[in-house]
Design a protein around this ligand. Structure first.
Ligand SMILES: [Zn+2]
Ligand SMILES: [Zn+2]
Length: 162
């Protein structure tokens, strides 16, 4: 899949080759890995750590799977899982298999975030989400707004659980 006879670091070689394969997207080096559906742009982080490649392939997977919008936080989580499944395939093709534990760490970060968003600020019960930016509490009838976040918020890798 990747031509290895081009000049540059392994990351540059990979990005160059992905850019040729997927000219419909723009690949851009940045601070955090993310996919912008509006700009059709994949931002990747440079570096030798394997997660630089993994996160790039994850964002590319969002792009290839047409992950443009989501209607609820649960759907966002579902798409995160799908993007990782797809990224695993791409990663195997370039001989950089993704650690399952890394994927679980990333998904846990999302789950924690969803848990916080869905908790009623008044009574702490979990609410329902009738709209992407609104939650309702069935227990105390409170409603609260949540920001509509894009795919792949920047997350930090938590320390491995001992
Ligand atoms: Zn409540
Ligand atoms: Zn993602």
């Amino acid at each position: 899949m990747v031509a290895l006879n081009l000049p540059g670091t392994p990351m540059e070689v990979l990005v160059n080759s992905l850019q040729k394969m997927y000219p419909q997207f723009t690949f851009l080096k940045g601070e955090t890995a993310r996919w912008s559906p509006r700009l059709r742009q994949i931002t990747y982080v440079s570096g030798k750590e394997p997660f630089a490649v993994w996160s790039l392939l994850h964002e590319l997977s969002h792009a290839l799977l047409d992950h443009d919008t989501y209607d609820s936080d649960m759907e966002l989580l579902k798409k995160e899982v799908e993007a990782w499944e797809h990224a695993k395939m791409l990663a195997d093709n370039v001989n950089q298999p993704i650690d399952e534990s890394y994927i679980q760490e990333c998904l846990d970060t999302y789950r924690d975030w969803l848990h916080k968003r869905s908790s009623c600020p008044a009574c702490g019960m979990h609410g329902l989400q009738p709209l992407a930016e609104l939650y309702d509490c069935l227990n105390c009838a409170a409603t609260w707004k949540v920001s509509s976040e894009r795919f792949c918020r920047p997350y930090r890798l938590k320390k491995a659980k001992v």
